[in-house]
Design a protein around this ligand. Structure first.
Ligand code: HEC
Length: 228
């Protein structure tokens, strides 16, 4: 089991306090996820994430994060929290170890959901969403950045954003270099090697053009306001 006794106990207390939320009605039906562009995986459930960069290559990994973000937001966020930051209704999935140990537990819950005393606390997703969606969502979850590390860099990120607002006077290489340095200092909580942070996202879209700066600045603005 991938849950430390302490975390489980802390969660159980909070879930008990919030249990009224489950009484509001049965969980909403799972929403299908479009997994076009991801390698197909067949019917037999895997026990390890096949979309990690070291196994599937960077392109598949990037695509999995993108598809997983939308799949997560539609199906998981209302219980497990926006960006994976749990408000206490359900466990914080960012801590699930990004290795076979954590993956196996993830797949178990994804396929079977969780029912307690005849009450469905988490619906089954396996057959309805399929395993391409499952592992895309897994890839998204395990690459969430440590929100504390982002909070620690808020001032630096705001300064870079303001600098990009003056696109014509901004040195693209310098700003990108600073963003990459910040991104490299931000870790995941799952142990996955790369955190998909707003600093990383912003660095990726900077190409020296005014549009690139605008998109990067927006990425930072949206990300920083979500982190408040
Ligand atoms: C209706 C609320 C709800 C929804 C929607 C939901 N979950 Fe859950 N989930 C829970 C609850 C409650 C638990 C705790 C059950 C238990 O005791 O293991 C849980 C547990 C889990 C666990 C085990 C975590 C751990 O640390 O032990 C995983 C993995 C998980 N959910 C993944 C997902 C994914 C992925 C989605 C979306 C596809 C999802 N859940 C959608 C309520 C929900």
């Amino acid at each position: 089991m991938a849950v430390s006794p302490f975390r489980f106990a802390a969660w159980a207390v909070m879930a008990g306090m919030a249990s009224g939320a489950f009484a509001a009605g049965p969980p909403v039906t799972p929403q299908a996820v479009d997994t076009t562009g991801l390698p197909e995986l067949g019917d037999e459930w895997l026990i390890e994430n096949p979309y990690r960069a070291e196994t599937a290559g960077e392109d598949v990994w990037e695509r999995a994060i993108e598809i997983g973000a939308s799949g997560y937001n539609q199906n998981c966020a209302r219980c497990h929290g926006i960006e994976g930051v749990s408000g206490g209704l359900a466990p914080d999935l960012r801590f699930l170890e990004a290795e076979e140990y954590g993956d196996e537990w993830y797949a178990e819950r994804f396929v079977n959901g969780y029912t307690q005393g005849g009450v469905t606390k988490m619906p089954e997703f396996g057959d309805l969403l399929g395993q391409e969606a499952a592992w895309a969502i897994r890839t998204y979850i395990e690459t969430r950045p440590d929100d504390q590390a982002i909070a620690d860099n808020t001032d630096a990120l705001k300064a870079l954003r303001d600098q990009m607002a003056e696109a014509s006077e901004t040195d693209a290489e310098a700003v990108r270099g600073e963003l990459i340095e910040i991104a490299e200092g931000i870790e995941t909580l799952s142990g996955a090697p790369i955190a998909d942070s707003i600093a990383r996202r912003a660095a990726l879209v900077i190409d020296g053009s005014p549009e690139g700066f605008k998109e990067a600045a927006e990425t930072l603005t949206i990300g920083l306001s979500a982190a408040q």
